[in-house]
Design a protein around this ligand. Structure first.
Ligand code: F6P
Length: 317
């Protein structure tokens, strides 16, 4: 069997672990693995390399991805579809494993299926927003980055009482990452793009937290429309000074946690077994604590929704 691995969209901690383990499983059975350099665009241009465990072993515990990714929707161009088919047949590739977030797993596999190509998707994104799976590779590591920073903020907050701290997470247009972090960190308020909030309510909530706890911790997702102006708005409109921290892309490029390494191994094992069994299309998912190979891709499942009751609980609503 000859498999092409493609990394698409934003990188996520654990992708390198997944590349290593898929290649390891293949090597053990005498199968061949190629990797696309530059994501789907690289695959279209025939920019492929042979993958071996000796090259992946040194990076399997690092963030980022050994195989550079890309985000361009190259398959919208019929000429690129033709080029991809030529690359696949020229290289005698049997199947594709696509690592990506919701955008990639939603948009690319249907086109590959139309072209008659076999593809199994593996959900990799720190955003944890892929329909059909409870967990994605990278989410846990990104949460851990936030906790390390929050622990430091809380230590200094306790040392000099009365201050308000905010931490902005990545997460794109979704709030799963911010909500889980806020919940586990015991934040006094959380803002996510899916749920609206009132600025006066937020000011009162933060003042209440300072009165009760001598400090206030707010966690917000980068996707909240007012995230960029929040500090100024609170200062000017409510005379509240917020010390803000933006985690930025360092949250994404971190080393994979144990959980993400485990998830990477378990998910590529399921993908590899599916390909060996002749599965033509599907997505590996974590559902109710079990790794499973689903028939559908992310687009076939209902959109995930952040847990409103957790949001209400954190915000005292
Ligand atoms: O991959 C998802 C994500 O990390 C989001 O959390 C974030 O908003 C986005 O990617 C950032 O994208 P880029 O790397 O293109 O700035």
């Amino acid at each position: 069997m000859k498999t092409l691995l493609i990394v698409s969209g934003g990188d996520a901690p654990g992708i390198n672990t997944a590349l290593y383990h898929f290649t390891h499983l293949s090597e053990q059975s005498g199968d061949q693995v190629l990797g696309a350099v530059g994501g789907l665009a690289g695959a279209v241009d025939g920019y492929l390399i042979d993958l071996h465990t000796d090259m992946l072993a040194p990076v399997m515990g690092l963030g980022g991805t050994y195989l550079p990714s890309s985000r361009e929707p190259v398959l919208k161009d019929p000429m690129n579809r033709e080029k991809l088919i030529q690359t696949i047949s020229h290289q005698r590739i049997d199947n594709i494993v696509l690592f990506g977030g919701d955008g990639s797993l939603r948009n690319i596999p249907p086109v590959l299926a139309e072209l008659g190509l076999t593809c199994i998707g593996v959900p990799t994104t720190i955003d944890n927003d892929v329909p059909g799976t409870d967990e994605t590779i990278g989410f846990d590591s990104a949460c851990n980055v936030a906790h390390t920073v929050i622990d430091g903020l809380l230590a200094t907050a306790r040392a000099l009482p009365g201050r308000i701290f905010s931490v902005e997470t990545l997460g794109g247009s979704t709030g799963f990452l911010a909500l889980d972090i806020a919940h586990a960190a015991g934040a006094h308020a959380v803002l996510i793009p899916e749920f609206e909030y009132d600025e006066s309510w937020l000011a009162d909530r933060l003042k209440w937290a300072v009165r009760e706890n001598k400090l206030a911790l707010l966690v917000l997702s980068e996707g909240v429309p007012a995230s960029r102006s929040l500090v100024d708005d609170m200062q000017q409109g409510h005379n509240l000074r917020i010390r803000d921290t933006r985690l930025g892309h360092g949250q994404r490029g971190t080393v994979p946690s144990h959980r993400d390494r485990w998830l990477a191994l378990a998910m590529v094992k399921a993908a590899y077994a599916g390909l060996r069994d002749g599965v033509k299309s599907g997505m590996v998912a974590m559902q109710n604590g079990q790794i499973t190979l689903c028939n559908g891709m992310s687009a076939d499942f209902p959109a995930r929704q952040p847990d409103r009751s957790v949001y209400n609980q954190i915000n005292g609503l």
